[in-house]
Unconditional design. Structure first.
Length: 365
C-alpha cells in the first residue's frame, strides 16, 4: 500500500483526441499482427510427435535403424546380431510382416538407409571402444548379391550411428561424439569391394542447446548423434540425437555436407528411452524410433509436415549456422568416489563435534 503523496510524471496530460488516435493505432497494430500471423505458412512449425505403435517384436528390442522404401514400406533394423536382418513393419501395429536377410556378419550395425536405386545400405560403423581398424557399409541391392565395402578413417577410429545417402548415391557418415562436435565423413574416392576405401573428413555437425529431455545419458544426449535420414525427394536431411531431430534443407547442388553446415530446424523428440532411429515417409512425415530400455518399451512416433516445415523455414541456399553450443563436460570417473569420501568426512566431523559438545555439557553438571 502506498502511504506517501501521489506523484505524476511531468508534462501535459494528453487530450481526448490524442487518446482516440492512440486507441485507433493500437487496433490497427493488432489487426496487422494478426494478419502477419495468419500469413505464416501452415508448415512453418512441425507438430509434436504422435505415437504410432509400440515395437514389441523381440527381434527389434534394440531398434537402431529405420528406412522407408519408395512405395512407402517401413523397414527396421536392430543393433547387433550375427547376420544382416531387415524387417518390414505394419505401419499401424509395428508387427513384422516381411524379413530380408543377407549372409554378411556385421561387427556392430547401427543405421539403415535406402539409396536412390532402391538398395538398402547398412552402416556397420559402431565402435564403442574405438578399436576397429576398419568399419563397413553392407549393401543389399534390389537384385543380385550383397556387397561389402570396408572403410578407414583418416584420423583414427570413431564410433558412428548415422548414415546419409543423397541424390548422388554417395554415403555420408556422421560420428557419435559424446560431449563433442560430430565429424562428417565421406569416401575419398569410388568405393572398393571389399576395400578398404579411405574416408575423408568433409565437415562437422553441432547443435544449439536444447531443453528437450530423454535418453540414457542425461544432458549429453542432446549433443550425441544417434541416427540420420534423408527425405524421399532428397531435399531435406536430418540428424537425430537422444532428444531431438535436427532438419536441414539440402541445396540445389545436392551436397549433404554443405546442408549440415547450415542452421537446422529443431523437432523435439522428448521422453524416448533410447532414440536411435529416424526416417521420412513419402508425404514428408518424420518417423522416430527408440530401443526398449528396461521397462520403457520402444515405439514408433510420427511428426507430420516435417519436410514442409523445413522447406518453409530455411532459405533455398543454406546460410552458415552459428557456432554450436558447448556440451556439458562429462563427470570424471573419480568424481562420485571423491564426493562420497567428502560426505563421509563431513558426517564424521559433525558427529565428533556433537560428541565433544555433549561431553562438555555433562562435565558442567
Amino acid at each position: 500500500m502506498r502511504t506517501g503523496p501521489r506523484t505524476r510524471a511531468r508534462g501535459p496530460r494528453p487530450g481526448r483526441a490524442s487518446l482516440r488516435a492512440a486507441e485507433r493505432a493500437g487496433v490497427l497494430g493488432a489487426v496487422l499482427l494478426l494478419t502477419l500471423l495468419l500469413a505464416v505458412p501452415a508448415g512453418a512449425a512441425p507438430s509434436s510427435p504422435q505415437d504410432r505403435c509400440p515395437v514389441t517384436d523381440r527381434r527389434l528390442v534394440e531398434l537402431s535403424g529405420l528406412a522407408v522404401a519408395a512405395e512407402g514400406g517401413v523397414w527396421a533394423m536392430s543393433d547387433g546380431g550375427s547376420r544382416v536382418a531387415l524387417y518390414r513393419l505394419d505401419p499401424g501395429s509395428c508387427a513384422v510382416v516381411e524379413t530380408r536377410t543377407a549372409a554378411l556378419d556385421p561387427f556392430d550395425a547401427e543405421d539403415l538407409a535406402i539409396a536412390p536405386d532402391g538398395a538398402f545400405w547398412v552402416a556397420d560403423t559402431g565402435d564403442n571402444d574405438r578399436l576397429r581398424d576398419t568399419v563397413a557399409l553392407l549393401v543389399l541391392p534390389p537384385d543380385g548379391a550383397p556387397r561389402l565395402h570396408r572403410l578407414t578413417y583418416p584420423d583414427g577410429p570413431h564410433d558412428a550411428e548415422a548414415l546419409l545417402i543423397g541424390a548422388d548415391g554417395v554415403p555420408v557418415i556422421v560420428t557419435k561424439e559424446v560431449g563433442g562436435t560430430a565429424g562428417v565423413y565421406r569416401p575419398a574416392g569410388p568405393l572398393a569391394e571389399p576395400g578398404p576405401t579411405p574416408l575423408m573428413r568433409a565437415g562437422s555437425a553441432g547443435f544449439p542447446r536444447s531443453e528437450t529431455r530423454g535418453g540414457p545419458i542425461g544432458a549429453l544426449g542432446a549433443f550425441t548423434v544417434t541416427g540420420g535420414a534423408t527425405s524421399a525427394g532428397r531435399e531435406v536431411v536430418a540428424l537425430r540425437t537422444y532428444t531431438d531431430a535436427w532438419l536441414y534443407r539440402v541445396p540445389a547442388s545436392g551436397d549433404l555436407v554443405a546442408a549440415l553446415q547450415a542452421t537446422p530446424l529443431q523437432v523435439p523428440l522428448p521422453a524416448e528411452p533410447q532414440g536411435e532411429a529416424l526416417a521420412f515417409l513419402p508425404d514428408g512425415t518424420l518417423l522416430s524410433g527408440s530401443e526398449t530400455r528396461g521397462p520403457d518399451r520402444g515405439r514408433l512416433r510420427a511428426v507430420p509436415g516435417a519436410v514442409e516445415a523445413t522447406l518453409a523455414a530455411a532459405p533455398a541456399e543454406p546460410t552458415v549456422a552459428p557456432p554450436p553450443a558447448t556440451p556439458p563436460e562429462p563427470a570424471p570417473d573419480w568424481l562420485p568416489a571423491a564426493i562420497g569420501v567428502g560426505v563421509a568426512v563431513l558426517v564424521l566431523g559433525l558427529a565428533a563435534a556433537a560428541m565433544a559438545l555433549h561431553g562438555r555439557r555433562r562435565s558442567r553438571v
